[in-house]
Write a protein that binds this ligand. Structure first.
Ligand code: ATP
Ligand code: MG
Length: 394
């Protein structure tokens, strides 16, 4: 069956009142962007509260579907067959052909729902419904009409230029189009959680930038490549991600040298947040994102989170805060980051990790320990920020 068009239905952006067109335009931009690398030529148009993706050449159905399923803001994708008006008898024939092709198993209940925006069509909607319904019942033995809860809702739209026929709705990712909700800085490690956290915030329309703390030679080039790979996977949904790679080695070694080892992780995380916030502000991001979840590890108890949070002035978004690991893994699998995340390359926090890290850090104690860093920490942070390597991930 050849679908010439895809009708895009959106949910939440429909309720944005006067700003609705901004959301629609952002959605159109994101759809065009997603289709840029898909073979074929497509025209994306807006018509009376709807968005259509029209194919202007041959294309691969699966490839288009895969691309559209990653565009936030899309609730449903309906592949549409567009027919020229060649009289009702031809329409009937084509509709039967449609059913025959699209539904292998013909045991289903259905309803025909037609609409005419072209009012001079010789039949009214009710007649079209009845005639087509009768033709389907006649042609396919297992079919039955159910006007209340049909398994197949066949829609016929008589428009100026075409007659649209569709009945399939494929679920999109939901959320809001990227670019409608500002920018935030994701602290992206090579783990399972942070790519999922980035995905979830991007899903709400937020543009994502990322920062990774690298500690060569304690963390390898391969560990860094893994983070680049993860950023590219998240970018399939979020659009291009600017990834800042911070060389954190000297700061880590300095903390290791000066501070109690059981406080190492917390102090390190505070410096990560400070540097990420600095980079965020430099690039106009107005929030930070982490993959933290309460109680997952020593550095994520409420006390530890409070201690980490204390250095930030920007809001920190932690979309996984109430999720169990298994729930996070399920999303990671769905968005295809899991396999990459579990590759066994060390991340910088595990190298310097203490045997018995504090689980209930006291902020005053931590601050007192940090006093021991006064001599060089400002300089080391400045160097780390000045030597950031930027990789555009898409
Ligand atoms: P993840 O699976 O995201 O690595 P995790 O369970 O390993 O999470 P932690 O190592 O405690 O948790 O890190 C908590 C959060 O801090 C991460 O989700 C991430 O947002 C950030 N983070 C940790 N290490 C790094 C790093 N090397 N670079 C950038 N961000 C980091
Ligand atoms: Mg980690």
């Amino acid at each position: 069956m050849k679908f010439q068009s895809f009708l895009i239905k959106y949910a939440e952006i429909g309720i944005k009142g006067k700003n609705r067109y901004l959301f629609e335009d952002a959605l159109i931009r994101q759809i065009k962007f997603a289709l840029k690398d898909v073979e074929g030529s497509f025209n994306v148009t807006k018509a009376t509260g709807r968005i259509y993706v029209n194919a202007e050449s041959d294309y691969d159905y699966e490839e288009v579907m895969e691309a559209l399923k990653r565009v936030f803001g899309i609730a449903w994708i309906c592949p549409v067959v567009q027919l020229a008006d060649e009289g009702f008898e031809v329409l009937k024939e084509k509709v039967l052909e449609y059913i025959d092709n699209v539904y292998e198993n013909k045991n289903f209940t259905f309803k025909v729902e037609s609409r005419r925006s072209r009012k001079n069509y010789p039949m009214v909607s009710q007649e079209i419904n009845m005639e087509l319904g009768a033709a389907i019942l006649d042609a396919f033995e297992g079919t039955k009409v159910d006007v209340h809860h049909p398994e197949v809702l066949l829609r016929i739209e008589v428009r100026e230029q075409f007659i649209n026929v569709y009945s399939k709705e494929i679920q999109g990712p939901g959320g809001m189009p990227i670019g409608t909700n500002g920018k935030a800085m994701l602290l992206l490690s090579g783990g399972i959680d942070s790519p999922v956290a980035g995905y979830m915030i991007a899903k709400r329309g937020v543009t994502i930038e990322a920062t990774y703390f690298h500690a060569p030679p304690y963390t390898s080039e391969r560990a860094k490549q893994k983070v680049v790979d993860l950023a590219k996977l998240v970018a399939k949904y979020s659009g291009p991600i600017k990834l800042n790679i911070v060389n954190f080695t000297d700061i880590q070694l300095y903390i290791y040298e000066k501070c109690p080892h059981d406080e190492l992780t917390i102090i390190m995380r505070r410096y990560m947040m400070k540097i990420a916030e600095h980079l965020a502000k430099e690039s106009g991001a107005i929030g930070l994102i982490t993959g933290e979840s309460i109680g997952q590890v020593a550095s994520q108890t409420l006390q530890s989170l409070a201690a980490t949070n204390e250095v930030c002035t920007l809001p920190v978004y932690r979309p996984l805060i109430g999720f169990d690991k298994q729930e996070i893994v399920e999303i990671a699998e769905k968005i295809n980051t899991y396999e990459t995340s579990i590759q066994p390359y060390e991340d910088c926090c595990t190298i310097f990790v203490a045997k018995h890290p504090v689980t209930k850090p006291n902020i005053n104690v931590i601050k007192a320990s940090e006093q021991r860093l006064n001599e060089r920490i400002e300089e080391l942070m400045k160097i780390a920020i000045e030597t950031v390597e930027v990789i555009e991930c898409k």
